[in-house]
Write a protein that binds this ligand. Structure first.
Ligand SMILES: [Zn+2]
Length: 91
């Protein structure tokens, strides 16, 4: 009986420690996701500044579209900043 109680106490302690570890890992993931969001916002702001200040050099080309699937769709893009006729900034 004493051995069973010892094992049970040990398992309860291990479970408690695992729950704590899981909690801190989840918090770490939340913080990392927040950091990624902030970095993506900064990258978007920088990309907008680059596009707004670029002296575009336009080039015509063709690309294959996957959805819907279409071959050789005409596209125009800037060789410096990669702006295209289809570029959108999701803010
Ligand atoms: Zn450009």
């Amino acid at each position: 009986m004493t051995d069973n109680m010892t094992v049970l106490t040990k398992l309860k302690n291990e479970l408690h420690a695992l729950k704590n570890t899981l909690f801190y890992k989840e918090e770490e993931v939340k913080n990392l996701k927040y950091d990624i969001e902030k970095k993506q916002e900064q990258l978007l702001e920088h990309n907008i500044i680059v596009v707004q200040n670029c002296e575009h050099e336009w080039e015509n080309d063709f690309i294959d579209s996957m959805i819907p699937y279409r071959l050789s769709q005409p596209i125009r893009y800037c060789t410096k900043c990669e702006l295209t006729d289809c570029t959108t900034f999701n803010t």
